[in-house]
Every structure is written in C-alpha cells, then in structure tokens.
Design a protein around this ligand. Structure first.
Ligand code: ARG
Length: 591
C-alpha cells in the first residue's frame, strides 16, 4: 500500500520551491493551483502576492518561473494575462504517476492523516410503517458515506436510529391484545414470511387500530393505559411490542436486501435503545442549568429560535406529564455515541425538514459539553424527492409512494434495457435478470447521489435508466465496454510506456485518472458523495472520447502504443469499479 502524490501536489511543490527561491520572504505564500482548460494547471497566487508586496505581478511571475529548477515534471510554464502561470506537465510525468497508482491496490489513495471515529446515523425507518422515498435517500447517501469514509481510513460505527418507541405503540399493542391473531402468518409452518406479507399485516393492523382509536373513547382510554404499561416495562406489553419490532424488521431487511445494502442487526439501535439513559440525561441537563422547567416541562431555550408569535420556541426534553420525546432520545444517543462509542464525529443523514430539531439538539449538547472542539456533530441534510411534476412525490391517489413498488419498477425497466442489448453480448437469462437488478438499483442510487444532497430532485425513472447522460447505466456500460476490450486484445497486455508521446484525449483521461485520490478525500471531508459521482461521470465521458479518438485494437496501433492504451483502459476500469463500489453500485463485467 503506497499512497501516490498527485501531479497537482507535485506541481504545487515545484512552484512553492520556485517561490521561496525567488522570494525568501514569501516562502509560505500559496501558489493557488487549480486545473485549467488552457493548460493542465493554472496558478493564480502570484497576483495576490504582488499586490501584497506592491510589485508588478508579471515581473514577479517571471522571476518565480526562472527560479524553478529544471525537472522532468514541468514541460512548460507560461506567464499569461496579468500574472497567471499556465502550466503544462510532461507526458512522462503523467504516465509515471498513473503507473504508480496502478501498482497499488488502493489506486494510490492515501489514508487520511486525521482519521477518527465517525458514527453515522442513517437508514432509520419507523416500526409498523411503510418505508418511503425519504428513507431511501437516508439509506443511499448514508451507505455511500460509510464506504467513502472507511476507504479513507476512518473508523465508522453505523447506527440505524429506527422509530421503535412512542405513544402509537399503546394503540397497536392494545389492538393486538384484543385481536390476538392479527399478526399471525399465513405462511405454512417453517416457511419464512416475506417482507411484503409482514408489511401488509402491519399496515392492516395500523389502520384498524387507528380507526378504533379515533372512534371509540373506551378503546382510546385502554390504549393510553397500555402506553403507561409499556413505559413501566410490563413484561406482557413489552413482549407484544417486540413482535411489532420483529415483524417490521422482516420488512426493513427485505427492502434493504432489494437495495443491495448490507444492514446488520447489531447496528440497529432504535429510539428504544436509549430508554435507560433518558432520566439521567434530563437530570444532567437540569442540574447544569442547560435545561429549565417551564410550565412543568423541561425545556432548553435559544435566542434565535422563535415561533410565529415572536416568543421563544424551546426544545422540550421532558413533557409536563413526565413523558420523553424525540429530543430526549437524540440527546441520550449523543451521550452514548460520544462517551461509549468514543466518536470524534457524529453524522446524521436526515431529511432537511428536521434541521431545526438537530440545530437545537446539537446546541444543547454543546452547552452540556458532550459536543466540543474535539467532537463535532453534522446533519447531512437532504432535500425532498419530487415527482415528475415537481411536487412532492405522491401516487395519483395522493398517497405516499411505496418504496418497494418504485424499486421493482426500476428493476423492470432496467431489465428491459439490458435485454435489448443482451443478444449482442451473449448474456444468459440468469445474467439478464442479475444485471437488471444491478442496473435498476444502481440507477436509483445514482440519481440520489448525483445531485448535492441538500437539493430536491425529481424521481424520473425514464431519465434514470437512460443510456445517454449522467446515469449509472452509462457508467456501467463504459465499464463493461472496457472489460470486453481485454477479451479482444489477444496477447497484448496493459503496460505503461512513459517514453511515448500522448494524444490529447490520452492526456485528458490521464490527468483525470490522477485526480481520483483528491476527489475521494474531498467527498469524505465535505460529506459530499455527489462530488465522487460527478468525477466518475466525467471519467466515463473522457474515456468515451479517448476510445473514439485513440484506437486500441483496430486499426492496430504499434505494440507499445497498444500496451499503453490498454494500461489506460485498465486503470480507468479499476477506478470506475472502485468509485462505483464506494457509492454502493455494482459494475457487471458483461453488460
Ligand atoms: N425515524 C426518523 C424518520 O423516519 C429518522 C430518524 C433520524 N435519526 C435521528 N437520530 N433522529 O423521520
């Protein structure tokens, strides 16, 4: 495992050397290097420096360029405009850097120097309720962040904060007591219950008990008494509550399975998992003065959080009747994650509509000292999934769309796309079905990951499985196309040839391949998986141009040229594969 310095960092270093040789006083100035269309890189830092030193920027730039010792990385540095540097690197430097990446199983991506422990709160559906597109977003974005952070060396603890506690369980449990066979399975003895059947049982029960609760005052009273039993830890009540949780898990896991997502039971620590901490959390907050009693409730106030009437809106940690809510649980979870799990970062992949809740919870935790300079908390807030009409995604009847239906439809459409091309590639029926799943689920994940999380996005299956455009299928086809080239390459194998001159499309592809490491690092530190997605799309596009302009097999190029191009093909395939894996998307070998 060797981390490979990127060309950008090597060039940056050379410029810094030139700067400090030419201007010893300005040795710490940043040359401000970035990728450029005019040359390979552009450095703008000398402009600011000249201003500071009250010198002529062009003269200064020329002096810096002259001070850079001759080397085999920089081919040309041109002073342009008011004092920019346009920098072109040598073809040799590109190929040698890529060869070093190719020699490493991690493609030269370094481990982060500041790695710590991040607890990621994601994929948190609610017991006895259907999962919807919002749960999809949390699961998809969260899973990508898990992979990306782990790849950079971060220790990641996954937490699925499922909604498994609350007053609604009084109603559900009471109903089940009065209708004892409602959760029994139709399936024959020994046969496993499908997620679908589990959910339909729960749905029916939820609706029936809700209807009774709303219409029958006596049932309502019994249901309320049941909440008290549940909170008091009454054994029979708890056992029934557990049945709801177990039944729901069958359903959740079936959906996560469809999503090709590995959710482990030990990482599911729902709201109920913090019950034992709630009283203590309130005591600490009250004794330290962070929370105060107001009309019987335990509250935390904030100067900048006010209701429409101008009065401060508090975070209610404990209600006046003694009950605990969502906030008490989240505050207890913070204590657990910081003190027991030893987290240095807490990441919450949760709908933007809960931003005020998290703002107040985090601020409370800061006042209590659970969060501080060593431990930070961030909400990776995501926007709403919209229908094609730009309105929040609903069925024609105005109901929330069932996640399972969406996923099934995505897979159906993708399978049709795969089938169309299958004959040419010679895919078997099994491969068609399997690829249909990888392409369909990949399409859904990719659509979710290809715009910045905070933005709303339109759920448009036609667009998602389109072969042209910024879609996962496009990337998956690019990958499979590269793989098929190796089948046709005969005895020619990939080999880097730094002595060769590169064609423009080869240079562009090569320079982009070199940026994989910095892209992963950016996606990790900024919690921005869409940056990786954008990188991969550009990689596939640059590859397509390269493939059009630089023949690999036919017309047959000279031996070394063919080997060098195969080398570029191979590194592109590996980079695509690794990048897609970090996003949770499969890359079938044949498609
Ligand atoms: N179960 C919640 C929902 O469906 C999301 C939980 C978010 N995580 C948390 N720690 N509050 O909206």
């Amino acid at each position: 495992m060797a981390s490979v310095p990127s060309l950008a960092s090597t060039v940056q270093q050379r410029l810094a050397d030139g700067l400090s040789a030419a201007l010893p006083d300005a040795a710490s100035a940043d040359p401000l290097l970035r990728r450029s269309d005019r040359a390979d890189f552009q450095a703008n830092g000398i402009l600011a420096l000249a201003k500071q030193l009250k010198g002529n920027p062009r003269e200064l730039a020329t002096k810096v360029v002259e001070a850079i010792p001759a080397n085999d990385v920089l081919k040309e540095i041109e002073v342009s405009g008011p004092g920019f540097l346009n920098i072109t690197v040598t073809d040799r430097a590109i190929v040698e850097t890529l060869a070093a990446r190719a020699a490493d199983a991690r493609l030269g991506v370094p481990f982060s120097e500041s790695a710590g422990t991040t607890v990621i709160d994601y994929a948190q559906p609610n017991v006895a309720k259907e999962m919807h597109v919002g749960h999809l977003r949390s699961a998809v974005i969260g899973a990508a962040m898990v992979e990306i952070l782990e790849f950079t060396g971060e220790t990641v603890v996954r937490r699925h904060h499922i909604g498994d506690w609350g007053t609604q369980f009084g109603m559900l449990i009471q109903y089940l007591i009065e209708h004892p066979h409602e959760l029994d399975h139709k399936a024959e003895d020994g046969a496993e219950v499908s997620g679908e059947e589990a959910m339909s049982n729960l749905n029916r029960l939820y609706k029936a008990s809700r209807a009774l609760f709303d219409s029958d005052e006596e049932f309502k009273t019994r249901a309320r008494a049941r909440v008290v039993d549940l909170q008091a830890g009454d054994e029979e009540t708890l056992a029934l509550w557990q049945r709801f949780v177990d039944e729901s898990k069958i359903y959740f896991y079936s959906v996560f399975d469809k999503l090709d997502m590995d959710i482990r039971d030990g990482d599911v620590v729902g709201e109920s998992g913090y019950n034992d901490m709630l009283t203590e959390t309130c005591r600490i907050l009250e004794e330290s003065g962070v929370a105060v009693r107001s009309e019987g409730a335990l509250c935390v106030f904030f100067d900048d959080v006010k209701g429409p009437d101008g009065n401060p809106t508090p975070l209610i940690v404990q209600k006046s009747d003694g009950g605990f809510g969502y906030a008490a649980t989240d505050l207890s979870a913070i204590r657990d994650r910081v003190q027991n799990l030893k987290a240095t970062s807490l990441l919450y992949v949760v709908d933007a509509r809960q931003s005020l809740h998290f703002k107040m919870v985090f601020e409370t935790a800061r006042r209590a000292g659970w969060l501080n300079d060593e431990v930070k908390a961030v909400q990776l807030a995501f926007g709403t999934v919209l229908g094609k009409d730009g309105k929040p995604f609903k069925t024609r009847e105005g109901e929330t769309v069932r996640l399972v239906d969406l996923l099934d439809e995505a897979v159906d459409r993708a399978t049709a796309v795969v089938r169309e091309k299958a004959e040419k590639v010679g895919l078997s029926e099994t491969e068609i079905v399997e690829n249909g799943q990888y392409v369909g689920i990949g399409a859904v994940k990719y659509a979710d990951l290809s715009t910045s999380a905070s933005r709303d996005y339109k759920f448009d299956l036609d667009q998602m499985v389109s072969l042209n455009g910024d879609t996962s299928v496009y990337l998956q086809y690019a990958y499979a196309r590269i793989k098929s080239i190796f089948g046709k390459a005969g005895d020619r194998t990939p080999a880097a040839h730094p002595e060769l001159e590169l064609a423009p499309a080869e240079r562009a592809l090569g320079l982009h391949l070199d940026r994989f490491a910095e892209t992963v690092s950016e996606a990790a530190t900024e919690y921005a998986p869409h940056k990786l997605t954008a990188y991969l799309y550009q990689l596939a596009s640059l590859y397509t141009t390269f493939y059009d302009q630089c023949p690999v097999i036919k017309p047959e190029p000279a031996q070394e040229v063919a080997e060098n191009r195969l080398f570029l093909c191979d590194l592109t395939a590996r980079t695509l594969h690794q990048g897609m894996a970090l996003l949770g998307i499969r890359t079938p070998e044949r498609l």
